[in-house]
Design a protein around this ligand. Sequence first.
Ligand SMILES: Nc1ncnc2c1ncn2[C@@H]1O[C@H](COP(=O)(O)OP(=O)(O)OP(=O)(O)O)[C@@H](O)[C@H]1O
Ligand SMILES: [Mg+2]
Length: 150
Amino acid sequence: MEIKVITKSKEQTKELGLKLGKLAKPQMVFTLTGDLGAGKTTLTQGIAKGLNIEKTVSSPTFTICKIYHGRMDLFHFDAYRLEGLHQDLGFEEMIQGDGLTVIEWPMYIEELIGDEYLEIEIRLLDEDEREFVLKSNGKQYEELLGELTI
Ligand SMILES: Nc1ncnc2c1ncn2[C@@H]1O[C@H](COP(=O)(O)OP(=O)(O)OP(=O)(O)O)[C@@H](O)[C@H]1O
Ligand SMILES: [Mg+2]
């Protein structure tokens, strides 16, 4: 299943994230692709809110992964700095843990991501306008998209 959503501000993007966070179940994986400044971290801030996480999610660029505790844990990856570095950094355990894993720049840790995940592609349409293409890979993600009300 594929759903397209257009947002016209970062607040609207956080709203979309909030809805996705509310629908997330343990062990789910969301991948976020899109250019620098597309809105991957902004969407993740909304997702965190949907998990009842009170801390503000910031860009984890220099740490690769940050963990936040809420209704369930959020593992927020930003693999940007891992480009070309195919090393076992011990992230599998985290991804298989009970939280929700959200990955910015998933192409750089492709080998860690299984067959089932929610693929979120962000396209820049205008300064404040973004198109989100949400694509399910696997049954539980199809169900999630089926429950999403825009
Ligand atoms: N509709 C929108 N949705 C999300 N962000 C928007 C929107 N319109 C404008 N913006 C702005 O775009 C920027 C998005 O930044 P953000 O850090 O979320 O991007 P990113 O995809 O995580 O980038 P990076 O690849 O550097 O991590 C913010 O400055 C935000 O204010
Ligand atoms: Mg980011």
